[in-house]
Design a protein around this ligand. Sequence first.
Ligand code: 1AL
Ligand code: ZN
Ligand code: ZN
Length: 462
Amino acid sequence: MKYDFIIKGGKVVFRDEVKNVDIAVKDGKISAIAETIDSEAAQIVDAQGQYVMPGMIDTHVHICEPGRTEWEGFVTGTKALAAGGTTSYVDMPLNALPATVDRESLQLKLDTAKGKNYVDYALYGGLVPGNLDKLKELSDEGVVAYKCFMATCGSDLPDDFRNVDDYTLYTGMKKLAELGSVLSIHAENAEITDRMAQEMVKHGKTTATDYVASRPVVTEVDAVKRALFLAKETGCKLHFVHISTAEAVEEIIKARNDGQDVTLESCPHYFTITTAEFEEIGPVAKCSPPLRDEAAQEKLWNKLIEGKIDMLTSDHSPCPPEMKYSETNNIFEVWGGITGCQNNVDLMFDEAVIKRNVPVTDFVRMIAYNPAKRFNLPTKGEIAVSKDADIILVDPNQSYVVQKEDLYYRHQHSPYIGRKINCRVTKTFVRGNLVFDVNEGIVGEPVGQLVNYNKKAELITP
Ligand SMILES: NC(=O)NC(NC(N)=O)C(=O)[O-]
Ligand SMILES: [Zn+2]
Ligand SMILES: [Zn+2]
């Protein structure tokens, strides 16, 4: 057989081991894996000295198209994902307008997305006040999971996303339990964080450190515990997005050990930027839950090292630079959300694998295997014969400094600009198509496709 290409000489990262093997790709699939493959191929990719691993599956990305394409669109957002070593993502149901909360808005997202993606994608649907009778149609149309906010969502626009009230959360969980779907939750106590923010501003306390203090650890843990309790009562599967504290991780792991079906994600910024650094960097590093102090960050690192972080996601939540600016230097006024998905893989590979000796197999489980399993993407997440050839090369011997000009985002701001990273994604393949090469940048057409397994029998249970 003549292969499309063979990746030769790399250190290939499997679920439980790293092996020096060759990988042959044909028609978008991994077709053979062996110590040496000498068959004919249209092309040979030399991976000497590099890690070869499944591309990241970033299950927390806010593409703001349609409706707020000026914040981030499919083209710009997915070029950034591809350049950073992500081969699939799950789009959040908020920040585009309308929010993805029923069949019509989902259809609009799907229509708008067509032909614009450089990587594969799947969609979230929202659970919001008023859409309890729309949940089933969303899953019929193929959303891979649902998302709700326990924290307050800021916008007053009529078609925008709303945080759940307790009735919607409880009743929504019951309905999603019936559908067998996963509910992903932004877990922060809305009332405490809102009131603490008001008090801070009233007293003229408007620095980054004040913002962090207005969303203390307890507000995340409180929301996590309440959600876990309701999920236990209703039998709903849960996933906690962007967990920022070791204490919340422990609550979630405890619930899982007690038999609950629950997973969690955390994001690169919680491991790489402290409150003190947020104060230096400024508004581009504002997010919620907020960045934490050094001691809290170290505790979160320990949870990752103990294998308790199921997956890493970017929570790429971009906006125009004006929204990160406050005339009065009031951090409470600027957009909460970090532009960062282009540095998911290299940043965390550097910090976790290179600097902290986290096994590269654990790293790959967090970026690819676990998200594929949890969000039911059975052809993805692993280097194995017959899986999609979603493959990245990471060179541990190339270091670089993140430059504004290298960022593919709609708006080139990010808290990582100026940061030295001691490894680099050098190639990204999506179903066998080269979409990024470090020397050429983004190459080819937007080959990304919708991934929708809901209508197939081949369901994966985590
Ligand atoms: N509207 C948002 O994009 N919010 C996001 N904002 C953050 N994380 O600061 C989020 O996921 O909560
Ligand atoms: Zn959130
Ligand atoms: Zn988010």
